[in-house]
Design a protein around this ligand. Structure first.
Ligand SMILES: Cc1cc2nc3c(=O)[nH]c(=O)nc-3n(C[C@H](O)[C@H](O)[C@H](O)COP(=O)(O)OP(=O)(O)OC[C@H]3O[C@@H](n4cnc5c(N)ncnc54)[C@H](O)[C@@H]3O)c2cc1C
Length: 662
């Protein structure tokens, strides 16, 4: 998907006192009141009010709205859902808007909301206007708002969800025709769960024809505030194509239980994301406590990145950083996790102020997300005498990864079993069973998640043979060493996390950390003086001081770990492909057509390859995995999901061999 800059709505108050879109030349809602309209048209039209609301007794209920506007439909739905004792356990509200309001506009325009507390929470959670999907959780995660900022034509095909009710609320068809086109109705049908309903204030003939052609049974209903008619519809297609063999649909499992192998950032984030959707995990680790391996560094950087082409890497890190900043805010505030997400500076020696301004202008990214700081501004912010300017990410910073992982594990309520190396996994009547080196069964569950970094490959080999390792794809082990010196007056005293050739952060418990080395094919576990020298020299260079001001090599402490890195430097998240089933297929050119190690009884999933960005990608990767396992709406665009799918390597190999034999 090619992303485009998000242009904020320009909202004015019209002569009638109602909010008015200058861009579309139309009112945001009818004169009878935005919430009243939402209740009549969208909640009523989708049968979510009254004696038998459609979400009653459901575990998950998913709504999709075209046109978030000023959020009145969302607020009215939230209000109705939370007051309904029969409500679904979770509500997923997906909403797409090309021109969302800025936070300041949203705050201004919701100042008089009849639902002030809900409006306040929405404004507080409102994200920077960056393209793509954003996750906002409310009600302890039971209500998830998934906002898609971008053109509905580009974003709707990228949404993966089974939708129970649609709110069609774009500006009037005459002013905003793209949103009401028949091909848009076909796209809604692709997302519709059996019996899904549609409601809209529009009674346009073309819309009704489009809905009917897409398989919806269309009816007229009394409109709102004196309007004679509106449209309601129900999905009742004559023919429904069978689901593809892998990818989009959840593996049904009656017992919502999973074994997670590995209690680093990936495993603990997975347990937390699965707990949110009602799954219970047993997390197993070879070490005695969570995050004792690579995830156990004292501190690490968490931040997005900016690339001119806005490819999968930049989009993933942006989604991950936005998610992480919101997920960490309460943990940082309570002191459960040490860190500071109050700004991160990425030095760019190859860019000058003019070049940066050009790049930033073309990206259209808002200043709440990233801005350029010239050399002097960057020096003032960081407290270091910097030689260059850099990108400044206001929501980036540093975190203690071990505390993050431990907090996720606690929040998940998962059972943790430490000091237990899983030697083998085998399919059994209970799903999957994990065995120790003596062949004793440790635990069983219908679903297994391999979150054990580089050790995923050997475990697969012992369990399922070499083909399963090939299915996982290649992972390189990249050794890294971080170093620290006890902070004393005269040493660099960074005020925020900074990276350039190396990185550093504000002194932590009296230690100044610097990192990190990066060595392939290096299995040495001991700390090396040469690596301390390397880290010290780069810190000195970054801070514009002599190396002797940092400290002596004898005085350094440090830590060694190995990053699990895929060739494309993206994590691997998803169900393991089944290569034996893939080989004879003639049509398997897309990830969703690839058969997997999962069926009604069991599923085998992987979450590894977090490379050197685990703090930024663990939370969003775990949410992605939870959508694979639980079938809830996918938190990333479909093409990004494919980019992270472990099947990408098998698909590339297959394409290559087909090209060679053609
Ligand atoms: C020097 C260095 C600096 C870094 N700096 C940063 C940074 O600044 N920011 C950032 O975001 N990232 C950084 N990283 C990367 C980050 O640490 C990793 O991305 C992250 O820790 C990976 O988490 P994980 O859960 O995938 O792996 P791990 O933390 O390695 O967790 C895997 C777990 O699986 C367990 N396990 C393995 N096999 C088995 C088995 N068979 N049975 C039971 N348990 C098993 C292990 O004991 C381990 O606890 C750095 C990495 C290094 C090496």
């Amino acid at each position: 998907m090619k992303t485009a800059p998000v242009v904020a709505a320009s909202v004015e108050i019209g002569a009638d006192g109602l909010p008015w879109s200058a861009g579309f030349g139309d009112r945001y809602h009818a004169a009878g009141g935005a919430l009243a309209q939402a209740r009549h048209v969208f909640l009523g039209g989708n049968r979510l009010l009254g004696p038998a609301p459609r979400w009653a007794g459901r575990a998950d209920f998913t709504l999709l709205e075209t046109g978030f506007g000023l959020g009145h439909n969302f607020l009215a739905t939230w209000d109705a859902w939370r007051r309904d004792p029969r409500r679904s356990t979770r509500l997923h509200f997906v909403s797409i808007d090309k021109h969302p309001p800025t936070r300041a506009d949203l705050q201004r325009l919701l100042a008089d909301s009849e639902l002030p507390e809900l409006a306040r929470q929405l404004v507080a959670a409102w994200p920077p206007l960056t393209p793509g999907l954003h996750l906002l959780d409310f009600e302890g995660g039971a209500l998830r708002l998934m906002l898609g900022f971008g053109d509905v034509e580009a974003l709707l095909p990228e949404v993966l969800a089974r939708v129970d009710a649609f709110y069609l609320d774009g500006f009037a068809p005459a002013r905003n025709p793209a949103m009401w086109e028949p091909r848009m109705m076909e796209r809604l049908a692709r997302l519709a769960a059996p019996g899904a309903t549609v409601a809209t204030w529009s009674a346009a003939h073309r819309l009704r024809k489009g809905l009917a052609a897409a398989g919806f049974r269309v009816e007229s209903a009394p409109g709102f505030a004196g309007k004679q008619e509106m449209t309601v519809a129900e999905y009742a297609p004559h023919f429904q194509s069978p689901p593809p063999p892998g990818g989009l649909l959840p593996a049904p499992s009656h017992e919502h239980a999973a074994l997670v192998i590995g209690a680093g950032l990936a495993g603990c984030a997975t347990a937390a994301a699965l707990a949110r959707i009602g799954w219970h995990c047993t997390v197993l680790d070879a070490l005695s406590a969570p995050a004792r391996s690579t995830s156990g560094n004292a501190a690490g950087l968490m931040h997005a990145t900016l690339h001119a082409d806005d490819g999968p890497h930049a989009r993933l890190l942006r989604a991950g950083a936005l998610r992480m900043a919101r997920a960490m805010a309460p943990l940082l505030a309570s002191g459960e996790v040490h860190g500071a997400l109050d700004g991160f500076l990425r030095l760019e020696p190859r860019l000058d102020d003019a070049g940066a301004a050009g790049l930033l202008g073309a990206s259209g990214l808002p200043v709440e997300f990233v801005r350029w700081l010239g050399r002097y501004a960057a020096s003032a912010r960081s407290g270091l005498a910097l030689a260059t300017g850099g990108w400044y990410y206001p929501e980036g910073g540093w975190l203690a990864p071990g505390e993050v992982a431990a907090a996720w594990l606690r929040a998940s309520g998962a059972r943790f079993i430490g000091d237990l190396q899983v030697a083998r996994l085998a399919p059994t009547t209970e799903g999957w069973t994990a065995f120790d080196a003596d062949g004793a069964a440790i635990a069983s569950a219908p679903v297994v998640v391999l979150a054990n970094a580089l050790a995923a490959a050997p475990l697969l080999r012992h369990s399922l043979g070499d083909a399963a390792v090939t299915a996982l794809g290649p992972l390189a082990a990249v050794r890294g060493q971080v170093s620290a010196w006890r902070w004393q007056a005269g040493m660099p005293n960074p005020r925020c996390a900074v990276s350039g050739a190396g990185y550093t952060l504000p002194p932590l418990d009296g230690w100044l950390w610097a990192g990190a080395t990066s060595q392939h094919h290096d299995a040495a576990t001991e700390l090396r003086a040469a690596d301390h020298v390397y880290n010290r020299d780069r810190l000195a260079q970054l801070a514009g001081i002599g190396a002797e001001s940092v400290g002596t090599i004898d005085a350094a402490i440090g830590r060694v770990g190995w990053r699990a890195v895929a060739p494309d430097r993206l994590p691997m998240v998803g169900a393991l492909p089944d290569l034996a089933a893939l080989a004879p297929l003639t049509r398997a050119d897309a990830a969703r057509l690839v058969p997997r190690w999962r069926d009604e009884a069991r599923g085998l999933y992987v979450f590894t390859g977090l490379g050197s960005r685990g703090l930024t990608t663990a939370a969003i990767g775990a949410e992605l995995l939870a959508s694979w396992i639980g079938g809830v709406p996918c938190p990333l665009e479909a093409d990004l999901r494919d980019a992270l799918d472990p099947a990408r390597f098998a698909l590339r190999a297959r394409r290559l061999s087909q090209e060679l034999s053609a």
